[in-house]
Write a protein that binds this ligand. Structure first.
Ligand SMILES: Nc1ncnc2c1ncn2[C@@H]1O[C@H](COP(=O)(O)OP(=O)(O)OP(=O)(O)O)[C@@H](O)[C@H]1O
Length: 292
């Protein structure tokens, strides 16, 4: 499936842009949409699903423009997992799926088979008779994915699927999304680089409504070549005043000093060596540093 986003802008008010002139082509596989809170990820995803209208620009899916006339047809090809899904706590997993399948118009025998397949896909089949209120955070996220794939969409859009889940669940969610993307397109938003590092063929970085990068992860990492430094400072030194122009990636306090990983185009004026960039370095470099 090919998704073309052309010059999309969105203003919720007249003062600022949530998205500004975003042009992005997305193909088969996992596309990681990276950005910190407020970057515009949810806004872009909602526009892609047809829930929200852009202020200007266009979206087309396999050549079909997202217009009011085409919306229902296109939405039948799209599955969406928002950040928060309002499940009924007293329904069981199976009842929840049944309810959602009916809303999608999946009926009869194909409904039962579809529910079974979706629950198997997310490893919830053994918990089908559990009440939603008895599920862990990670299991709820997996139920969210199951409801989004009940109609076997060609395009699956998931908004921050690993937020608030433990590390083991996070890996399991990443794997099942990668597996789903084997034959289809998955757009996954996150602010956690590890969520996309293994599986994403394409990466897009949003920052304050602007598209800072689109391409593959390897090229994104190369963008930060030559700007990553490991520095050593004596304990007690204030690195913020010594290195005010550098972006901090990590700091480690050791018994014999402070080890820092910083980003900057020139060698820092302290004991330092240049090191190869990681995906995280490249991401922080692109968004101009982490919020302090
Ligand atoms: N309904 C709304 N009305 C007004 N402003 C909004 C609305 N929804 C989002 N915004 C603003 O648009 C910008 C982008 O928000 P958006 O939720 O798309 O970002 P995000 O990258 O998904 O962040 P998060 O991960 O925190 O959800 C933010 O400045 C946000 O405050």
């Amino acid at each position: 499936m090919q998704i073309q986003i052309e010059q999309i802008s969105k203003q919720y008010n007249r003062k600022s842009y949530a998205l500004q002139n975003i042009t992005l082509d997305i193909g088969q596989g996992v596309c990681g949409l990276l950005g910190r809170n407020g970057a515009g990820k949810t806004t872009l995803m909602r526009i892609l699903t047809g829930i929200l209208e852009a202020s200007s620009g266009s979206v087309s899916v396999d050549g079909m423009l997202m217009t009011p006339k085409n919306r229902t047809r296109l939405q039948s090809l799209i599955g969406y997992l928002p950040q928060e899904v309002g499940f009924y706590p007293n329904l069981t997993v199976r009842e929840t799926m049944d309810y959602i399948a009916i809303l999608h118009g999946v009926n009869g025998r194909s409904r039962r088979a579809g529910i079974r397949a979706a629950l198997e896909n997310v490893n919830l089949d053994r918990h089908a008779e559990k009440k939603v209120r008895e599920l862990s955070g990670g299991m709820r996220r997996r139920l969210g994915i199951a409801q989004a794939i009940i109609h076997e969409p060609e395009l699956l859009i998931v908004d921050e699927p690993t937020t608030g889940v433990d590390p083991e669940e996070r890996i399991s969610i990443r794997n099942l999304l990668a597996e789903y993307a084997g034959r289809r397109t998955v757009i996954l938003s996150t602010h956690i680089i590890e969520d996309i590092a293994q599986s994403s063929r394409q990466v897009a970085v949003l920052d304050r409504g602007l598209l800072k990068y689109q391409g593959d992860l390897g090229s994104m990492i190369r963008e930060a070549a030559g700007v990553v430094w490991e520095c050593r400072l004596p304990l007690g030194e204030d690195y913020r005043s010594l290195l005010p122009e550098y972006m901090l990636v990590a700091s480690h306090y050791m018994e014999d000093g402070i080890k820092l990983r910083v980003l900057g185009s020139k060698q820092p004026p302290v004991e330092s060596t240049q090191v190869p960039p990681t995906a995280e370095d490249a991401y922080i470099w692109m968004i101009g540093g982490l919020a302090q």
